[in-house]
Design a protein around this ligand. Structure first.
Ligand SMILES: Cc1ncc(COP(=O)(O)O)c(C=O)c1O
Length: 389
């Protein structure tokens, strides 16, 4: 079992307010802060390049920890500054031609969809949206029916920004494999929240951010690229770290996911990401997810007792992101009221998931996203404040 009091004692933000904006950015552990601060201050004395050389092993360990967390190998991991940068890095390194089809989910994240739209404009690809089941998760039977030789990529959001839905990532992976189709999974809200194994899921790419469920510093993220497809990838930006300049007419891309990385990076933040991943592995991804689900279930069932309040979550398996609306009160007003009482939530806006928002007629929603460090008392407090509003 997780030791809640020790986890909260090493999370300084837990003494400051009740944090239910973990799908925005969660509260880091003190050890992550210490790692970042120590590196930054030493760097200012020793020099950036010199410290990078001295700490080579620790910096390498970041890749190994991430690889261990998702069951990949070190050379399949590239560090990025965000999930979108990782997602777009992979997507834009693929070649598409007119008539190619890309399949996505109804809950595709807005930034991903923008990149799909741009590709549609520049290369004449067709975007096709896979319908959901009546319960709201991607319908794998419909996906199977939609597969044809023109489908070049399945790009799916695992857990959307606007609710507790968990899409059936591994079942989708089986279909991608059967049809020999590339599979890009946006795991921005799922890694750090639930156990993720890229071999079980069967994806070729996985895009992740650090600041959400992983509790890493802002400005961190990573991309997993399967070694089976890396040689097909032609990243949009090259520098002398991602490629080698061989002669006046030749260059060679680096082997492995390193071809996606540029030389210049914030090493302190990368170490912070590595530390956050180590902490997560030490706590145990299964235990963390069990606790998050238990807390989410408590909040969802409490919400049903508040009159005029509607929880808008869909899906069969539901995770720690809970969205709701209250009749007659704008989401922003509820969020501000809660904030003034020391309870931090966020507002989910329609364009974050426009396809789903239009389909279900969702306007702005209050989003309470829970982490394993939240307590049952904190959930009671949220319910109490919502009931009196
Ligand atoms: C599902 C999903 N994908 C991608 C992103 C974008 O993440 P980032 O801001 O790290 O690019 C978000 C952010 O909220 C998200 O919820």
């Amino acid at each position: 079992m997780l030791n809640l009091s020790s986890i909260r004692a090493t999370t300084p933000g837990c003494n400051h307010h009740i944090h239910f904006n973990n799908a925005g950015a969660s509260l880091p552990d003190q050890s992550v802060l210490d790692t970042v601060n120590e590196y930054l201050s030493t760097e200012s004395i020793v020099g950036g390049y010199e410290l990078m050389a001295e700490r080579h092993e620790s910096l390498e360990k970041v890749y190994h920890s991430i690889a261990k967390m998702i069951n990949a190998s070190r050379n399949e991991i590239a560090l990025f500054q965000s999930a979108t940068a990782a997602w777009a890095g992979a997507f834009n390194a693929l070649e598409f031609s007119e008539g190619d089809e890309i399949l996505c989910s109804e809950v595709e994240y807005g930034s991903n969809y923008l990149n799909l739209l741009r590709k549609q404009k520049s290369s004449g690809i067709n975007i096709r949206v896979v319908p959901s089941t009546p319960k709201g998760c991607l319908d794998v039977d419909r996906l199977e029916e939609m597969m044809n030789p023109n489908v070049k990529l399945i790009a799916i959001t695992h857990v959307p920004t606007n609710g507790g839905l968990v899409n059936p990532a591994a079942e989708i992976g089986k279909i991608a494999k059967k049809h020999n189709c590339l599979y890009l999974l946006d795991a921005c809200q799922s890694v750090g929240q639930m156990p993720i194994d890229v071999k079980v899921i069967g994806c070729d790419f996985l895009a992740v951010t650090g600041r959400k469920y992983l509790r890493a510093p802002r400005g961190t993220g990573f991309l997993f690229v399967s070694e089976n497809v890396i040689d097909q990838m032609d990243p949009t930006i090259l520098d002398l770290y991602s490629a080698n300049w061989l002669s006046d007419s030749k260059y060679k891309l680096e082997a492995g996911a390193r071809r996606f990385e540029l030389f210049e990076n914030n090493k302190a933040l990368q170490l912070g990401l590595g530390k956050a991943v180590e902490n997560y592995l030490e706590l145990g991804p299964n235990q963390c997810y069990e606790r998050i689900k238990m807390l989410a279930q408590k909040l969802r069932s409490g919400l049903t007792n508040i009159s005029g309040l509607e929880c808008t979550d869909i899906g069969e398996e539901q995770c720690g992101i809970i969205t709701f609306r209250k009749e007659g009160i704008p989401a922003e007003e509820i969020k501000t009221h809660l904030f003034n009482k020391g309870v931090y939530t966020s507002v989910s806006f329609p364009s974050g998931t426009l396809l789903d928002s239009n389909k279900r007629n969702l306007d702005f929603l209050v989003r309470a996203s829970l982490h394993y460090y939240n307590s049952e008392e904190e959930i009671n407090r949220l319910l109490e404040l919502l009931a009196e509003r």
